[in-house]
Design a protein around this ligand. Structure first.
Ligand code: NAD
Length: 463
């Protein structure tokens, strides 16, 4: 035990083998049930993020060419807010909830008691490589679990930094990092974790869920999707264009809840395109490659995949690509149909197809037949139209007249549905995800009426 009452099995790099059992041994000591213990871990993580801010921003710049302002808000800031919310509300979240007790159980009381699962595995993607492993880790720690983090190998500088930082400040039995790609992840998935929280693509999500099924391990899957953004003729075109351009080109479009494509009412198509072009120039200037506020594509593989989309349709903005710098300009494309490759899967880059519509119901019917996306956006001043869209097309989350807003409110659960995932987190939803909600009834031993015991005779008729 160290001064914090933690059983230290050492710090520093750990091999993936046996890590779940190593943490579970510590979990069984009951140390993590203490709320003060959990708060200490959260404060340690908070201090780490504040102290290592410069290192984190540099790692994100190396991996993704992330502009510092974007990187700070979407990686460090988001996790700090999660930590502060958990520190403030943990007592309330963790308190057993009294529920009604039927007369059959009188005298007695009933409660729902959140209890931690044990050792939790968090697997993350490369696009927000820090936020998407540490925000789930915050929720898991707050709920009293131990955590194994597996960051993405495609953001190597950030992955190495997370591993170093966590090893410096946490005992491996409380929170540890296993780095690497498919091999180490498979080794982890072969172990009997108590919960698996995965963020990544839908295809890998299936692999993770299949592995989890072997051990009956519960999972949360935060997956991707092709997020529609509908713009109606009555929308505030200028504001819609600015908000859409910001959401699409933030992190060069490598955001799971970025608008994937636009469905704009034909009557305003040209005005909307003009406003979109003006927004792009306003944000990044006439040469976005020179803008300090515009990110790069993560690697050559994704660059080549995205560059392959540029030959189709009519490019009305951007279209430039430079493989050496992994740069793809903020691009707007028209003249594509649902049969074009760019409309087949999640784009996950700074290319925005704009399709015009005359009949909203036909568009909604087409969207209904597609896999359920992670996000759905509608720009309109007409509340009935927005309701119609939301009632017809399901999605993980949705925002009306804004982009990303559904993610920024920690009182809202964040998660997908159907192909975009299952389960949710952020704020209390995260605490609930990483807690088993146990049903507990406490009874008095007196009275103990004989009528429930055999021989029953006619006694059950009294119930
Ligand atoms: P990915 O699925 O390729 O990788 C995610 C993680 O899985 C990585 O840590 C990787 O090492 C691991 N992995 C890869 N192949 C594996 C295999 N065969 N077996 C076991 N593990 C494996 O995802 P990505 O490319 O890093 O991220 C992009 C995807 O993530 C997009 O689809 C995006 O929409 C999605 N995403 C979703 C959210 C969300 O909150 N729902 C957030 C960000 C990204």
């Amino acid at each position: 035990m160290n001064g914090n009452g933690e059983l230290t099995t050492g710090r520093g790099p750990v091999a993936p083998e046996g890590v779940a059992e190593m943490q579970r041994r510590f979990f069984r000591t009951g140390a993590t049930r203490d709320l003060e213990f959990r708060r200490r871990q959260l404060r340690t993580l908070r201090d780490l993020l504040v102290q290592r801010e410069a290192d984190i921003l540099e790692a994100l710049r190396l991996d993704l060419g992330r502009p510092a302002a974007e990187a700070y808000t979407s990686e460090i800031g988001v996790v700090l807010v999660e930590i502060d919310t958990a520190l403030k509300r943990l007592g309330r979240w963790a308190r057993p909830k009294r529920v009604r007790t039927p007369w059959l159980l009188f005298p007695g009381s009933s409660r729902i008691v959140p209890e931690p699962y044990g050792s939790v595995l968090v697997i993350g993607p490369w696009n927000y490589p820090l936020q998407l492993v540490l925000a789930p880790a915050v929720a898991a720690l707050a709920a009293g679990n131990c955590v194994v983090i597996k960051p993405s190998e495609h953001a190597p500088a950030t992955s190495a930094l997370i591993a170093r930082m966590i090893a410096e400040s946490f005992g491996n039995e409380v929170m540890t990092v296993v780095e690497g790609g498919v091999g180490p992840t498979r080794t982890l998935l072969g172990q009997d974790f108590d919960y698996i929280f995965f963020t990544g693509g839908t295809g890998i999500g299936r692999i993770v869920m299949t592995a989890a099924a072997e051990n009956l391990t519960p999972v949360t899957l935060e997956l991707g999707g092709k997020n529609p953004c509908i713009v109606a003729a009555d929308a505030d075109i200028g504001t819609a264009a600015k908000r859409i351009a910001w959401g699409k080109y933030f992190n060069a479009g490598q955001t799971c809840i970025a608008p994937d494509f636009i469905l704009v009412e034909r009557a305003i198509e040209q005005r909307f395109l003009d406003a979109l072009k003006a927004a792009i120039t306003g944000f990044y200037g006439s040469d976005p490659a020179a803008s300090p506020d515009y990110a790069r594509i993560v690697n050559e593989h994704h660059f080549d995949r995205l560059a392959g989309f540029l030959g189709r349709g009519e490019i009305v903005a951007g279209g430039e690509a430079d493989r050496d710098r992994r740069y793809i300009a903020p691009t707007v494309v028209t003249g594509v149909t649902w049969d074009d490759p760019v409309m087949a899967d999640e784009i996950f880059g700074p290319i925005l197809p704009v399709l015009a519509w005359d009949d909203l119901d036909a568009e909604l019917a087409a969207l209904q037949r597609r896999p359920k996306p992670l996000a759905l956006y509608v720009f309109t001043r007409d509340g009935n139209l927005a309701d119609r869209v939301l009632e017809t097309v399901s999605s993980g989350g949705a925002a009306i007249n804004d982009i990303f807003a559904q993610l920024l409110n920690l009182d809202l659960p964040f998660g997908g549905v159907g192909d975009s995932g299952m389960g949710a987190y952020h704020g209390k939803a995260g605490f609930d995800t990483f807690s088993h909600h146990r049903a507990v009834v406490r009874r008095s031993t007196w009275p103990d009426p004989a009528l429930k015991y055999p021989p029953y005779g006619n006694s059950l008729a009294l119930l």
